[in-house]
Design a protein. Structure first.
Length: 205
């Protein structure tokens, strides 16, 4: 991934680790839309594999692990990965440092559930198509991709973040993934704010 596009993540986490900054997307727990979706859908891991994209401090990853998924979670910032490991000592989650646009080849088609929450919106427009394709490629046959993003209806605004248009969310349906649900949903903890929520599936072989 372009160093210019992601170089600000590591200094932010380093400053947060030192108590000098707050991480804007740190909710102190799993994302409420992920919790609501897993509860409403009765999602259970049963030892199946899950991947969390841009895992930050690991709250979403720990949520999936608690549901019984063998969970891998990655972030481009080494300090984010270190903080996630420190926050959950003894965790079963496999935390990794990885670049979304240069993921390990063994992750291709390897995960039964992939969770992407507000990572792509942190990347500039020119990296969107490659990022969404890379995420889609990790979904196994019969697997599911769950996506949450801020909504953009008009012209792009100075960022980051750069919220996604409907067409950009639909762009996750690549490489054989099929879009099952795309809707604007209110945040459970801030009903006046809405987000894209999408669910995509890869047909089983």
């Amino acid at each position: 991934m372009s160093d210019d596009a992601t170089s600000w993540f590591e200094p932010l986490y380093t400053a947060a680790q030192d108590g000098e900054r707050r991480i804007p997307w740190d909710r102190g727990g799993p994302h409420p839309l992920l919790m609501r979706w897993t509860a409403a859908s009765g999602v259970r891991g049963g030892g199946r594999r899950a991947l969390v994209v841009g895992a930050g401090l690991g709250f979403d990853a720990e949520h999936l692990a608690a549901l019984g998924f063998a969970t891998t979670a990655f972030d481009v910032a080494p300090t984010a990965v270190a903080m996630a490991r420190e926050r959950a000592p003894g965790s079963a989650v496999d935390y990794r440092v990885a670049d979304l646009l240069d993921l390990p080849r063994e992750w291709d088609g390897a995960f039964d559930l992939v969770v992407e929450i507000i990572t792509v919106q942190a990347l500039p427009e020119e990296l969107r198509a490659a990022a969404t394709a890379a995420i889609a490629a990790t979904v196994a046959p019969g697997g599911t991709l769950f996506v949450v993003s801020a909504i953009r209806d008009g012209a792009p605004e100075p960022g980051p973040p750069w919220p996604l248009t409907r067409e950009q969310v639909e762009g996750f349906a690549s490489g054989g993934l099929e879009l099952a649900v795309l809707e604007r949903v209110p945040l459970p903890d801030a009903p006046a704010e809405r987000r894209w929520q999408a669910v995509l599936h890869r047909p089983a072989d």
